[in-house]
Ligand binder design. Sequence first.
Ligand SMILES: [Zn+2]
Length: 134
Amino acid sequence: MFCKFCGQEIDEHAVICPKCGRVLNSSGIPQQQPQYQYQYAAPSPKTNTLAIVGFILSFIVPIVGLILSIIGKKQIKATGEGGNGLATAGIVISSIDLGFSLLGAIIYLAVYGSMAAAMCGAAGGVSAFLPILL
Ligand SMILES: [Zn+2]
């Protein structure tokens, strides 16, 4: 290509003209600039989609979030994609959510069971709900 300042023929990839010493900005090399930007952007890996979706769903639908996060983590291990921390967070958050849900279900059953037991008569009620609680 030619330097736009002094008109001398110079190297295609020159950033500074060796003839006149001026800095060649992007308008001087319109075709080259996007390629350089792409080359710099390429080495950073893209974040795994399942890790992102799994992380978000871990707050909303913990069981689905947990499954997607685990699959995402396996994919990250296999492909070297980004988002390993996100997948781990998704697994931890959905596990905690599931733990609370399970705890809530147990408390609900225990309360419901004891209420039913009180209503139906202690012996009959407890024996009826024992299989569910265990
Ligand atoms: Zn020049």
